[in-house]
Design a protein around this ligand. Structure first.
Ligand code: PGA
Length: 249
């Protein structure tokens, strides 16, 4: 794992966008694994700006999102489909046929999960996967549990995740209790992984991810075994790490 610590959120966002820029410059038809949540929003803003200034071209890029709420229509403002179009896709020159987000409204969820894994495989696999991390060290909706799930699957969300996500809904009872998520195995197959975390509330999850035992109770800990993972943090999220274990940006 390579770890870079930046001064603040703005610097993390810039650095992360530069990584995507390098990837897409080297391989214009890159397959990007994308994430929702508050953390990548700044990176998306930087990418939109770079695209406006023609530094980055998304016309051949393919994307796969990590997850979608179960049984929440795409038209709902809290769906991840809506989030991705609002925060990125509406503002860049991507071909919407190249955008992939699990369909949480599918009648046959098992078939939808299998279709999604197959589509990733057919695309040649994810070149770089962007990840956030939960306060409980979840990587997307792979919550702490007793085994690492391989493929895309339906999950029951942790109480702590429902609590954290309730900030986006009028009422905590409106937060969906289930979601479709790529499994840890599918995430792990990505050629590169870039995990972003900001804020003191992520410091313990980052500490456990970097130094802890590799166990499904700390889903992100599996990244210790991945041979091309970069973690980009602000100072607050890096607070518990030893200085010799990271570089500063
Ligand atoms: P956040 O979510 O970026 O909104 O903190 C991260 C996550 O839960 O994966």
């Amino acid at each position: 794992m390579r770890i870079i610590v930046c001064e603040n959120y703005e610097e993390v966002s810039k650095k992360a966008a530069q990584m995507i820029l390098s990837q897409v410059t080297l391989k214009p038809n890159s397959v990007l694994g994308l994430a929702t949540g508050s953390t990548p929003v700044g990176m998306y803003k930087n990418l939109i700006q770079m695209n406006k200034e023609r530094y980055i071209d998304f016309s051949e890029v393919k994307t796969f999102n990590l997850d979608e709420y179960y049984n929440l229509p795409r038209t709902n403002e809290e769906s991840y489909y809506h989030f991705m179009y609002e925060n990125l896709f509406n503002h860049i020159n991507i071909n919407s046929e190249n955008v992939n987000i699990p369909n949480g409204m599918a009648e046959d969820i098992e078939a939808e999960c299998a279709r999604y894994d197959e589509a990733i495989k057919e695309s040649g696999g994810i070149d770089i996967q962007v990840l956030g991390i939960g306060n409980n060290a979840h990587i997307r909706f792979n919550e702490p549990t007793v085994n690492f799930e391989k493929g895309t699957h339906l999950v029951e969300l942790d109480e702590s995740t429902i609590q954290a996500n309730s900030r986006f809904f009028d009422d905590i009872d409106d937060v969906p209790k289930k979601a479709i998520t790529m499994g840890v195995g599918a995430i792990f197959k990505s050629k590169k992984i870039m995990l972003l975390a900001c804020g003191e509330n992520k410091a313990e999850a980052i500490y456990n991810t970097v130094y802890g035992k590799v166990i499904p109770e700390v889903p992100a800990s599996i990244l210790q075994f991945h041979n091309d993972t970069i973690i980009i943090l602000d100072k607050a999220a890096a607070k518990l790490l030893k200085k010799e274990d990271y570089k500063t940006a």
